[in-house]
Design a protein around this ligand. Structure first.
Ligand SMILES: Nc1ncnc2c1ncn2[C@@H]1O[C@H](COP(=O)(O)OP(=O)(O)O)[C@@H](O)[C@H]1O
Ligand SMILES: [Mg+2]
Length: 255
């Protein structure tokens, strides 16, 4: 064990398609820029795409890990990860979704805790269902980023999850408004959104980050933030990503 004492974060929303997965990978790229080792864990157990986004074939996934925990054969998280590059590893969702329901949600806390001992940063991707898996991830991470777009239905669902968090006195969350998915949809101003959700917007990705041929990057396993020209071409959004990571690394200590 390296005993890194890392930090963990998940991206969550109760709506699919808002940009959780792509931004999880983009943030992993930012960790690399900051010289931080990072593990991306795919807790979107039934429809997880992290291995696809990284374009990586893998031998072990979360089901293998859970099975070994069941049979007392688990011998450290490092035996289940797949290397993407020098800084980034991934721990994929089960290759066969029929195995996903067999993963005991009580293991999630241990998986994240062990990962934090091996990596500077642990990023967890999630599914949009507010089920036991997502709840365990939310309970286990140091910080949750709630992701929304400017779409009325996404904002409605954000508003609901914020109320649920308030009811449960869950406070470890920040809000990311992702304007990059639908650059031509700006139904609400920032002021409107804050009024609707009765909460501040902590981070905003601009519509300039809309990438027309994003599927090509995904198919080729290219992490957008790691492309050479990214910091200059998308300077504003690069800074937002940097702030998200540095806030997590440093901010929590001061909160
Ligand atoms: N910056 C962007 N530019 C263009 N399309 C984007 C961008 N971010 C997200 N998208 C689109 O949104 C889709 C959903 O993103 P994804 O990260 O898979 O959402 P989620 O994980 O929340 O379901 C992507 O497949 C892509 O088509
Ligand atoms: Mg996803």
């Amino acid at each position: 064990m390296k005993n890194k004492n890392g930090v963990s974060m998940c991206l969550f929303s109760t709506k699919g398609g808002v940009g959780k997965t792509i931004n999880t990978m983009n943030l992993a790229g930012i960790c690399e820029h900051l010289d931080k080792s990072v593990l991306v864990i795919d807790f979107d157990l039934y429809t997880g795409d992290i291995a696809t986004y990284a374009n990586k074939k893998f031998k072990k996934d979360l089901y293998d890990l859970a099975l070994d925990l069941d049979h007392h054969k688990y011998n450290g998280i490092i035996n289940y990860v797949t290397k993407v590059d020098e800084y980034i590893d991934i721990l994929p969702a089960p290759i066969d979704p029929r195995y996903s329901s067999k993963i005991n949600h009580n293991y999630i806390n241990k998986v994240i805790k062990d990962a934090k001992e091996e990596y500077d940063v642990v990023l967890c991707d999630t599914n949009h269902a507010l089920n036991e898996i997502s709840l365990s991830v939310l309970d286990s991470v140091d910080r949750c980023i709630l992701v929304t777009t400017n779409d009325p239905l996404d904002i409605k669902s954000l508003s609901t999850i914020i109320s649920i968090f308030k009811d449960n006195e869950y406070k470890n969350y920040k809000i990311l408004l992702n304007n990059s998915r639908d650059p031509f949809k700006d139904y609400f101003t920032l002021f409107d959104i804050k009024k609707i959700i009765k909460h501040n917007i902590d981070y905003t990705l601009s519509n300039e980050l809309y990438i027309k041929d994003i599927e090509n990057y995904i198919m080729d396993g290219l992490i957008i933030t790691l492309q050479t020209k990214f910091p200059t071409l998308y300077m504003k959004d690069y800074r937002v990503y940097l702030t998200m990571i540095t806030d997590m690394l440093e901010g929590d200590k001061n909160e």
